[in-house]
Design a protein around this ligand. Sequence first.
Ligand code: 5GP
Length: 121
Amino acid sequence: MSTYDENNIFAKILRGEIPCKKVHEDEHTLAFEDIAPQAPVHTLVIPKGKYVSVDDFAARATDAEIGALIRAVGKVARLKGVADPGYRLLSNIGAEGGQVVPHLHFHILGGVKLGTMLVKV
Ligand code: 5GP
C-alpha cells in the first residue's frame, strides 16, 4: 500500500488551497464536480480522512467513516437526480486500476444511458 501524498490534488481541495464546485459536505465526506466530466453527471465523493484507495480505506477507516462515505454516495446520487434512472459508481485503485489521484474517490457517472462497462483489454 502506498504512503499518502499530502500534496495530492484532493488533499489541496480538502485544505481549501484550490477551489471545487461543492455538491455535499459532512463531518467525514466531501463531494464535488469532476473538473473534466466524462458524462452529464460526473461527481466525485471522497472521505476527508487521508486514505489512498478503497484498499487502504477498508484496512484503516473507522466504521463511522465507512458508513458516512457510502451514505454520501447515496445522498449525492439523489441530489444529482441519477438515483432513479441509475448511474455508475466507480473507483479506480492503484496503477493497474488506472488511479491518477492518490486520495480515495468514488466517481458517480450518469445522466445518460452508459455504455459497456469496460473496453476489453
Ligand atoms: P482517477 O483517474 O484517479 O480515478 O480520477 C481522478 C479524477 O479527478 C479525474 O476524473 C479528473 O478529471 C479529476 N480531477 C483531477 N484534478 C482535478 C481537480 O483539480 N479538480 C477536480 N474537481 N477534479 C479533478
